[in-house]
Write a protein that binds this ligand. Structure first.
Ligand code: ATP
Length: 314
């Protein structure tokens, strides 16, 4: 096979509960991932070395050196399989960069699947999931897709049942937010306001003594199962949102604009700064996408639906 094309979705977290900082520098998470129809396509061609190039709207913000997560994924796969093969990877990027939609992790998942095919390794999903987890806590979910509960750092996944499709409008922002800096701000806000305990900036599962007891929200799980966007809108939650708003105060106006326009729910996607608005149906999502730019300081809007499959060979 001389060329393989793979498609990978973005994600939004419909619940993101963040525990206190662990000694190893990570946070325990209860993370309900939902794959949405904003896709990066990755083309892999045989080569002597492993290289990456990027095309599309966000090209100038993506590194093409060894820090690119697609290169790291291809290298990790070659090491695991003990092969010296190369691949020229081309990423056609539509997922906002540093936007809280896991675009880099998505490209890592895509590179794993593409190189597994290109090199004829035939590795089944289990070892690919293990390599994915070593690359980053969002990477396994982007292999799997759909809607899933992630625990631990987010990498222990359980598929969640859903009915039908949910329709979304995403508002992208100029300039990204670095995920580590948003977690650091979350820790800082909690340390500065310890008396808030389980409320406010601390999130439902967080207790000041450092005990993390969050569970997936039963109302959220029921809404997903029933395919009820009104109920899902009421149960969306993101513990990183106060930190993202603290670092980027303008996002509050974006969320408020979406609510005023009748979004069923509005939240920052992951670590932000992309904002996610849940719509009643595809036509409502299109109306939100059209109306938002005049009312909030945003870069662009994208409509999408979820859940979508994970990484797929085209
Ligand atoms: P997450 O939601 O997983 O926290 P994100 O969506 O906020 O991540 P990414 O788009 O994954 O952020 O990008 C984070 C940083 O990773 C970028 O600023 C970029 O420098 C780097 N990066 C490395 N490889 C890639 C890639 N293939 N695509 C995008 N960014 C990449």
């Amino acid at each position: 096979m001389s060329s393989v094309t793979v498609r990978v979705p973005a994600k939004v977290n419909v619940q993101l509960s963040v525990g206190p900082l662990r000694e190893d520098g990570y946070h325990d998470l209860v993370n309900v991932f939902h794959a949405v129809s904003i896709f990066d396509d990755v083309v892999a061609r045989k080569s002597d070395s492993i290289t990456v190039a990027v095309t599309g709207e966000w090209t100038d913000q993506v590194p093409v050196d060894d820090t690119n997560l697609a290169i790291q994924a291809a290298r990790a796969l070659a090491k695991h399989a003990d092969v010296g093969y190369g691949a020229d990877l081309v990423i056609h990027k539509s997922i906002p960069v540093a936007g809280g939609m896991a675009g880099g992790s998505a490209d890592a998942a895509a590179a794993l699947v593409a190189c597994n095919e290109l090199w004829g390794l035939g590795l089944p999903i289990d070892p690919l999931m293990r390599i994915a987890a070593d690359l980053g806590s969002d990477v396994p979910f982007l292999l799997m897709g759909g809607t899933a509960l992630g625990t631990g750092r987010g990498e222990l996944l359980t598929e969640l049942p859903t009915t039908g499709a949910f329709h979304w409008t995403f508002a992208t922002a100029d300039g990204g937010l670095s995920t580590p800096s948003v977690y650091a701000e979350c820790d800082r806000l909690r340390a500065a306001a310890p008396s808030t305990g389980g409320a406010g900036t601390s999130g439902a599962g967080f207790s000041v003594g450092g005990f993390f007891s969050a569970e997936p929200d039963p109302g959220l799980l029921a809404a997903l199962r029933a395919g009820d966007p009104h109920a899902l809108g009421r149960h969306l939650s993101n513990d990183l949102q106060p930190a993202a708003l603290s670092l980027r105060p303008g996002l509050a106006a974006t969320l408020e604009a979406g609510r005023r326009l009748g979004a069923l729910g509005a939240l920052v996607s992951g670590s932000g700064p992309t904002c996610a608005f849940l719509a009643e149906d595809a036509a409502h999502a299109a109306r939100l996408a059209q109306a938002l730019p005049g009312r909030a300081p945003i870069r662009s809007t994208i409509t999408a639906h979820g859940p979508t499959p994970g990484t797929t060979v085209l």
